[in-house]
Design a protein around this ligand. Structure first.
Ligand code: K1U
Ligand code: ZN
Length: 186
């Protein structure tokens, strides 16, 4: 197992469309282990493989609350098969856009078809945080970021700040977690 670096915008790899994988491939199992280590360390509640630079349709998630036992979930080649007309607003964050949170409107409920690591097919009907997180992660494997769902003005503001930070060399999440004033966006 190894913790991997999480890509930060404006890294172009975050705009790649990821490819389906064979779930029983041992390399996929190793990738999933690295993804959990990276996600728990961040910490985050979800991670798509492309966020660590691997353009494969693999998602990890754990929505357990802080004091609850871990509930690791793996979604291989996930696909939205149905989305409700009813919509819901949630405040979202993204490990590839550190320290930025914004309200996003999406379908309130979705059905998602996916494979587990044994290659068995499942379909889940999701609502609440699971629905939001699944849509956020499936967006990632299609090269879409949550800032694509907010206003153009806000998106351009965020992109401008992160492009400026990248020019300074702040291309890792650590740069944004550092409390020194020179590392603050602005
Ligand atoms: O895909 C990602 O970038 C991970 C992202 C998932 C997500 C969060 C909120 C709404 C939709 C999708 C995160 O995990 S951001 C960090 C976060 O939300 C969190 C971190 C620690 C504790 C609780 C939440
Ligand atoms: Zn994200």
């Amino acid at each position: 197992m190894a913790k991997r670096d999480i890509l930060i915008i404006p890294d172009k790899r975050l705009r790649m469309k990821s490819e389906p994988v064979k779930p029983t491939d041992p390399a996929v199992r190793a990738l999933v282990e690295d993804m959990f280590e990276t996600m728990y360390d961040a910490p985050g509640i979800g991670l798509a493989a492309i966020q660590i630079g691997v353009p494969q349709r693999v998602v990890t998630m754990d929505l357990a609350k802080k004091d609850e036992p871990k509930e690791p979930q793996v979604f291989i080649n996930p696909e939205i098969t149905w989305a409700s007309d009813e919509r819901a607003i949630y405040e979202e964050g993204c490990l590839s856009i550190p320290e930025y949170y914004e309200e996003v409107e999406r379908p309130k409920m979705v059905k998602v078809k996916y494979l587990d690591l044994e290659g068995k097919e499942h379909e889940v009907e999701a609502d609440g945080l699971l629905a939001t997180c699944l849509q956020h992660e499936i967006d990632h494997i299609n090269g879409i970021l949550f800032i694509d769902h907010i206003s153009k003005l806000k998106r351009e503001m965020v992109m401008k700040k992160f492009k400026k930070a990248a020019k300074r060399g702040d291309t890792t999440r650590a740069a944004y977690q550092d409390d020194t004033p020179e590392h603050h966006l602005g």
